[in-house]
Design a protein around this ligand. Structure first.
Ligand code: CTP
Ligand code: MG
Length: 607
């Protein structure tokens, strides 16, 4: 019966609201009826409970001789009373069950679509956002905070309705018995509620701090796992352990504070409520002794008071627990209110196809305000040309090529693609047309074939896949695996070497057949011979596409149509290899060092 699409999609951005309760209510959009049903079922269940008490009163009065039996005589009356008790118990239990089911349904459905929404939303946020948000923090929010909300919907949201209903029903019932009895029974309630609300604020703050610390802890854990090799290589286990213990201790302290607050509040509220109950019992007892109320009324009253105080006791608890749900709501809304990257805004496939001519004119860019990473970059590339970037680490090479698929938008200057400002093209279009082999290759834990065909968006024949792999000089390696192209990569499969990974990502990008190809240090982990092989294959493939090559080896860049030498975010030299070696500058220095090293090597080998 259950199918994957059975919950209607809901855009949780509509649930952003400064009032957290309103926001949470909006999150339940489409399930308000189910929630209402759950509350109604609870009301019926509570009513049955109270009715039982009225029946009890009648029963007690009957036994004491204060009430009259039915027309059919005593025995028949007892039978009816017994049936009444059974019937009411069934109604009470049945509706409580129904209510629980509907609450669970609401909670599970709302959080499932919330999780789906978050997953999708997060992958649509900008590079800038991802650049500065720790992964562990995001994971914490999508798991722990969503779960806190699930509990909130399942227990607290319904609980509040139930408690209010129980209170109202039993209060009215007691008033039915005797008005002064009713009033005496609730004297302590208003102050308890006030204290609960004050406490609610305190706990909310404390819980917020607790969640923050938990997120910090998952970030530490996540980073430690990702970087486990570095940790081991630098023998930093002790340091990392201390850091984790410190974070964990902080979490413990914050958790302890929360528990302390709870352990102070509950006994206190229980004592007050205990006295309240006792006061009512004593007052009722005097009335009964005095003959003002019957024994049956007293018995029923005792039952009702229990059901009056019990909800209040839980209301305090719920108010406090609700804070966790509301804190989680706010923490999730921080993600949800982040603007998405507009993917399709601008010129798309339908309007234009591109040739790949680029003109940079005084392009500047900064990740953070006031810290320029690229300064007045000007050069142009004809369609089909090969542009090489060389320069010290951190000089802005990756930042420059990342402008092309619009991962980031330049902050000033003009960048024309085929005569039109780059920002006019949609991001989706640019990402389709610019293929980047990233500096840090990333492969999914899927098969090699899936990794190579990732993002092609159409059926690809095995032949095509193999051709791309051959061009990337990785076909033979893949063939040598027992499962060939169906070999799993990563945790459950083979672990590829750095160079193999790079070459698989090259194959992936080649298969995409982009108009603009960017190789960001893509052959750094590959030996010279293999690199030459890849370069030869690329030379064939580079025709008709503008290619950017970032490399540290002179051999990789010397055949380029234009070489840009970068330093501290600026182009300090520009030209072809033959010109640049003649100039006094960084390029010559790199060239000299590298040829000297090569010569020395050759000499050593010759000996
Ligand atoms: N930078 C940043 N935020 C990022 C990426 C980079 O602030 N998300 C900064 C870096 O600190 C660096 C500058 O931008 O100072 C240039 O970085 P990058 O373009 O990555 O340098 P590359 O020239 O690519 O360096 P490498 O050769 O090491 O890859
Ligand atoms: Mg780089």
């Amino acid at each position: 019966m259950d199918t994957i699409n059975d919950t209607t999609y809901y855009d949780f951005r509509k649930a952003i609201h400064t009032n957290r309760l309103v926001g949470v209510w909006r999150m339940m959009s489409g399930f308000h009826l189910a929630y209402g049903g759950a509350t109604l079922a609870l009301a019926i269940s509570a009513l049955a409970k109270t009715t039982t008490l009225f029946l009890l009163r009648y029963f007690a009065d009957l036994v004491a001789g204060d009430a009259q039996p039915l027309d059919g005589g005593m025995t028949e009356t007892f039978v009816w009373i017994a049936l009444g008790f059974v019937g009411l118990a069934v109604v009470e239990g049945g509706f409580a069950f129904l209510s629980g089911r509907m609450a669970a349904y609401t909670a599970e459905s709302v959080t499932r679509r919330l999780r789906n929404f978050l997953f999708d939303h997060i992958q649509r946020l900008s590079f800038i956002y991802h650049g500065k948000t720790p992964t562990g923090d995001l994971i914490e929010r999508v798991t722990s905070d969503v779960d806190a909300l699930r509990r909130f919907f399942n227990e607290q949201a319904i609980g509040v309705g139930r408690i209010i209903l129980l209170f109202v029903i039993n209060f009215i019932a007691i008033l039915q018995l005797r008005v002064d009895l009713g009033l005496v029974s609730v004297i302590a309630i208003p102050p308890i509620l006030l204290v609960s609300l004050w406490f609610f604020k305190k706990v909310t703050d404390a819980y917020e701090k607790y969640q923050e610390q938990e997120a910090a802890l998952s970030t530490t854990l996540q980073e430690n796992l990702t970087g486990v090799r570095v940790v081991k290589a630098f023998a930093r286990q002790e340091y990392e352990k201390d850091k984790f213990e410190k974070d964990n201790w902080e979490k413990y302290l914050r958790g302890k504070l929360l528990l302390l607050m709870h352990s102070l509040f509950w006994p206190l509220s229980d004592i007050v409520l205990g006295f309240q109950m006792l006061g009512g019992f004593v007052f009722g007892a005097f009335l009964a002794i005095d003959g003002q109320i019957t024994a049956g009324t007293y018995v029923a009253y005792v039952g009702m008071v229990v059901w009056l105080i019990w909800p209040i006791r839980n209301l305090g608890r719920l108010i406090v627990q609700t804070s966790t749900g509301l804190v989680s709501y706010a923490r999730l809304m921080e993600i949800i209110q982040q603007p998405r990257e507009p993917l399709t805004e601008g010129i798309g496939e339908a309007q234009r196809s591109i040739k790949g001519g680029l003109v940079f004119d005084k392009v500047s860019f900064e990740y953070e305000d006031g810290l320029p990473v690229l300064k007045d970059i000007s050069f142009s590339a004809q369609p089909g040309q090969v542009i090489a970037l060389i320069g010290s680490t951190g000089s802005g090479k990756t930042s420059l090529v990342n402008l092309l698929p619009r991962f980031y938008d330049y902050t000033s200057g003009s960048l024309l693609l085929d005569g039109l400002e780059l920002k006019e093209y949609s991001r989706e279009f640019m990402r389709k047309n610019v293929g980047i082999v990233e500096q840090e290759p990333f492969l999914f834990s899927r098969t090699i074939r899936e990794n190579i065909t990732y993002g092609v968006g159409r059926e690809v024949s095995q032949q095509e896949v193999e051709r791309a792999a051959e061009a990337a000089a990785v076909h033979d390696v893949i063939q040598s695996f027992p499962d060939g192209y169906n070999t799993l990569v990563g945790e459950k499969g083979v672990t590829l070497s750095g160079g193999q990974k790079q070459r698989v990502t090259i194959a992936r990008t080649l298969l995409k057949n982009p108009k603009i190809l960017v190789l960001d240090d893509s052959t750094s982990a590959v030996d010279m011979e293999t690199e030459a092989e890849i370069r030869a294959a690329l030379n064939r493939l580079m025709e008709n596409r503008t290619t950017f090559i970032i490399a540290h080896r002179i051999q990789s860049v010397m055949n380029a149509d234009l070489i840009l030498v970068m330093d501290k975010g600026e182009i300090v030299q520009m030209g072809r290899h033959a010109e640049l070696v003649k100039q006094d500058g960084i390029y010559r220095k790199i060239y000299d060092i590298q040829t000297r090293v090569d010569e020395e090597l050759e000499q050593e080998l010759a000996v």
